[in-house]
Design a protein around this ligand. Structure first.
Ligand code: ASP
Length: 284
């Protein structure tokens, strides 16, 4: 399952891998790479909205049910941060690399530098510059992280999360998406969860880790997503303009999703289901 309408792109690619008996890890990585590489998707990878200095900076993380994980943040000039995150997981003793260090690591591992600011994003940025209003509010238009959760034929689970973050964010701002436990969390005994929307609210509540813990304690994926969104609303201020959504899956493949505002869609694909669904929501 994958977040937003572009989740269908990730699911199609990921499912092809799963069908042939491939791993959940390959499925989520390859799935989200399709979206990262698509310049038409303006919130992930190449073509993503830049920060308020006009620089595209990318965040991503990847995790397996056994607790292995890798992450990159504030990465520039590399269009597939998820693949770099996987290399961090597999080829270093660390979990997270950021900024120039992450870039250097990527270049050392054969990634190529590319210009990520497309003409379309540059134009939007110039329009934004006219007023330069700094409103780091994630609403319905300026976000859309892609996160994918997959279960393979061996019963292993993996997840990937990748984003260009909030449009026009402060230079150096990192959201929830590359933070294990916030934007993404999995435990092979329970299942996985991921988030999209205003990352600050998700970090504050250790959102995805909480969803998985609530599932461990007996909630269904749907109930757990609802519980964390209710907690965010209860603890937060001015939630009317803010969007946060969660999506979760347990080890039996049961799914759930919930958001603050109307409009959070997610795509599901399995042997028996292929759907783009709208998550239930609190305010609408
Ligand atoms: N969660 C992301 C962030 O705060 C934004 C998004 O979901 O698009 O960076």
């Amino acid at each position: 399952m994958s977040t937003w309408d572009h989740g269908r792109i990730a699911n199609n690619m990921g499912y092809r891998i799963l069908e042939k008996g491939g791993s959940a890890l390959d499925a989520v990585e390859q799935g989200v790479m399709e979206v990262e590489s698509d310049p038409e998707v303006r919130t992930v990878g190449i073509g993503g909205f830049p920060d308020r200095e006009g620089v595209v900076t990318l965040d991503a993380c990847i995790m397996k049910g056994d607790g292995s994980c890798g992450s990159v943040a504030f990465l520039q000039d590399i269009k597939n941060p998820i693949a770099v995150a996987r290399k961090v997981m597999e080829q270093t003793p660390h979990i997270m690399l950021v900024g120039n260090g992450a870039l250097q690591f990527a270049l050392d591992h054969g990634f190529r530098k590319e210009k990520l600011l497309t003409e379309a994003s540059r134009k939007d940025y110039e329009e934004w510059l006219e007023k330069s209003e700094y409103k780091p509010v994630i609403n319905i238009e300026n976000h859309d992280t892609i996160s994918t959760l997959a279960l393979d034929m061996n019963g292993s689970i993996a997840g990937a999360c990748t984003t260009s973050g909030a449009a026009w964010k402060m230079h150096g701002r990192v959201g929830d998406s590359p933070i294990i436990g916030a934007g993404l969390f999995l435990d092979g005994e329970v299942g996985g969860a991921c988030a999209t929307g205003l990352g600050e609210e998700v970090i504050r509540t250790a959102g995805s880790a909480m969803v998985v813990e609530m599932m461990r304690q007996g909630k269904t994926p749907q109930e757990a997503c609802e519980a964390i969104v209710h907690r965010i609303i209860r603890k937060g201020k001015d939630m009317e303009d803010i969007q946060v959504g969660f999506m979760a899956m347990d080890m039996d493949g049961r799914t759930g999703a919930y958001s603050i505002q109307k409009g959070f869609t997610y795509a599901v694909k399995s042997q028996v289901r292929e759907e783009l669904e709208e998550a239930r929501y609190q305010i609408g």
